[in-house]
Design a protein around this ligand. Sequence first.
Ligand code: SAM
Ligand code: SF4
Length: 322
Amino acid sequence: MKDRYGREIDYLRISITDRCNLRCRYCMPNGMENALEHSQVLRYEEFVRLAGIFSELGFKHFRVTGGEPLVRKDAVSFVAALKKLPGAESVAITTNGILLEQLAPALKEAGLDAANISLDTTDPRLSAAICGVPDVVPQTVRGMEAARKLGISVKLNAVLLRDIEDSIPGLLEFAKDGIPVRFIELMPIGFGRKDSGISSAEAIELIRGLYPDIHAVEGKHGSGPARYFESASLAAPVGIIDAVSNRFCETCNRVRLTSTGKLKPCLCYDQGVELAPLLRSGASDEELTEVIRSCIFEKPKQHCFDDISEISENKLMSQIGG
Ligand code: SAM
Ligand code: SF4
């Protein structure tokens, strides 16, 4: 459906849990300190009912995220249920990959189309410092390889933290091997405000130093906002997602559903509608549709990362789903 500014909104990110098996320092370094009660988190039937309404509203792309989505029991069945929605053209997951080696065959069977796998560095010591647990790089890479072998489309996502500069060459080795690698600017949400990142422009310069023929290419790969670059020496494109330094809000096509059932039309504002009370008090599909439609219609024109005093979202990224 279209919002007030004429943008076609057809992409829903669903955070199925606020829990995680890592403690990334820019996301949830304090672990389960403020973890939700199980009863606060929507049941899968509730998510599926809502996803069905989004599908009726013309949503085509669904992404399962978290916290770490694969730590929630039966995440695979949830993927299968999303795939059965009549309008679902793609169902994807964003994961740290730790449980992917084990779950990739079942996810493939469930119909998962794509997996974005978060890997900020291949340096074991830096990985431990970022993720807050001993080196997980081999496990993440095995998970990615398992998914890839089964024909699930995989991409690597790395957050442009100041201290991953030296990791960029190692991460680009994956692009040499045919895996798209995307660099995401650190966003000032949650603990991201306390960390330090580099801009996309700095990252592109670093990449150009390694691959002088790197050049921007037109066209989309997937349903997100990444800009892509190619080099004759790389078998896959390199993506840049620079929400902070290069606002792409005029082409934003997404809304988010948190694990507690809050529909969030924009990452940086607290604005949104709590759907759990409606779901749990017997609201009809028509009533839910109207509430959802009007929340999407009122999607803010743009984010306010250039003036962080305007950010009204106080949740952590693990609670929102990234
Ligand atoms: N646990 C899964 C994972 O790490 O892929 C899914 C949830 S995680 C919140 C989703 C994505 O958000 C990850 O790629 C993570 O690196 C990214 N992320 C978390 N905090 C961020 C921040 N402040 N700025 C930019 N990206 C962030
Ligand atoms: Fe967990 Fe993902 Fe957050 Fe890291 S970024 S702590 S893997 S939810």
